[in-house]
Design a protein around this ligand. Sequence first.
Ligand code: FAD
Ligand code: NAD
Length: 475
Amino acid sequence: MVESYDVIVIGGGPAGYPAAIRAGQHGLSVACIDDWKNADGSHAFGGTCLNAGCIPSKALLESSELYQRARTEFSTHGIDVGAVGLDLGRMQARKNGIVKASTQGIQALFKAAKVVGLAGHGTLLPGLKVDYTAPDGTHTVLSARSIVLAAGSSPAALRTVPFDGERVLDSWGALDMTQVPKTLGIIGAGVIGLELGSVWRRLGAEVVVLEALDGFLPMADGQVAKEAHKQLLKQGLDIKLGAKVDSAEVTADGVTLAYSDGGGAHRLAVERLVVSIGRRPRTEGLLAEGTGVVLDARGFVEVDEHCRTAVPGVFAVGDCVRGPMLAHKGKEEGVMVADLIAGHFGEVNYRLIPSVIYTHPEMAWVGQTEEQVKGSGRPYKVGVFPFMASGRARAMESSAGFTKIIAATDDDEILGVHVIGPMAGELIAEAVLAMEYSASTEDLQRTMHAHPTLSEALHEAALAADKKAIDFPNR
Ligand code: FAD
Ligand code: NAD
């Protein structure tokens, strides 16, 4: 094994592995150290996202949605399938297969980019060195010209109900359940709570979500959050806002929670409980004494807008630094850093990070919410187009929701785009590209969109901003 590299990346998740690959593409010698451990003790690159996050959750969201549609919607299409059965074992096996194929794919990508993948733990030492602990416990000191910290994050626990892997689960445990619980409690109505709550609700569990805040999805545009709340309640997710967990007791049969909300004190008994109250940077064990890298009060590595730490040559990217904990944000940071290390231009546009919540209907947005624009004092106009008026959405039996474009009144600049409805996560890409190129609503209005597609709903929202919508009455 080479003891010295141009670049060492610590962490092989969606922030670290792209950094390693891009550095390799630049012709640099690169090692990527990663200590992910699966339940069976095996190692896999890909971090939280591929092993226990984005990919397995989307696999189960897809399967559970098909199950739900087969049960409730197929007959509307004139398709009679008889009684629809659920084989959760096969559903989980399919998900596990997708995860395996994705994580193995990284090894092939490393090979193509000549990246040395090292299973094991990395600790940054002073002087651009890394202590690498192999799975057999042996230590090697490696050195590099540049080091990228991409240690990611881990689930935050609740002191009153610590994870036990049996009754009280984190998101990984919630993805791996082998039986549909009759009752499932979820603490936290954030992205994970809503996505995984949807999965298990569709598969038949009674799901109660306890959210501490009084407002629902405060990071989303208010109009989108209101519609999402309505739709999710309609699907049977019992979302209790302003709910504070006072105590919890784990029994042989489940978990009994005492919580209070505006309506007083309550008890809730559930077979299993998922705690999804956010994630914390995984920076413990990452830095030896005296490296000079600074952590903030919450444990995030402090970096500038180019992901440079306080130590020249040491960068940090992804969930272990400030900003939203999203795979695509980490990926862009990883690529930027590798480009900078190789002496090229690199930048991340932090104003245009798309957000997607993969519920049904899906939600996606980029830029400012209407509340933020209003707060900024800048005069603005809004165009909204309901999917109910989209022929394609109706044909898909998926006409709930709308597209919404917020633009400045003075120069027509698009300030925010919000979608709740079918394929929202795909539709938002057009908005991100438009905003990246500083498009106006007029630019979108004058861009031809194929018919009949869902993307016409964005076109019509742009037209609606100037009261020129064709397929829906202008207000
Ligand atoms: P991670 O993916 O956490 O990877 C870090 C890696 O570094 C891990 O393999 C870890 O074992 C390793 N590591 C840490 N410290 C060391 C060390 N000292 N030495 C060696 N190795 C180390 N984001 C989205 O954008 N879209 C989604 O749909 C989405 N869905 C999600 C669903 C769930 C259930 C969860 C939990 C998260 C989801 N996320 C999603 C968030 C996404 O997974 C994270 O933002 C992303 O994984 C962060 O990437 P990262 O590389 O910074 O960290
Ligand atoms: P989150 O921050 O999205 O939501 C946590 C929720 O828990 C918040 O609404 C918060 O108010 C609530 N909460 C906190 N403490 C509580 C308490 N004691 N009692 C009740 N409610 C409480 O976090 P998450 O859902 O755990 O997800 C973690 C991260 O993973 C997020 O940053 C998210 O970006 C990322 N993620 C992204 C996707 C996606 O992009 N589709 C999917 C899953 C996860």
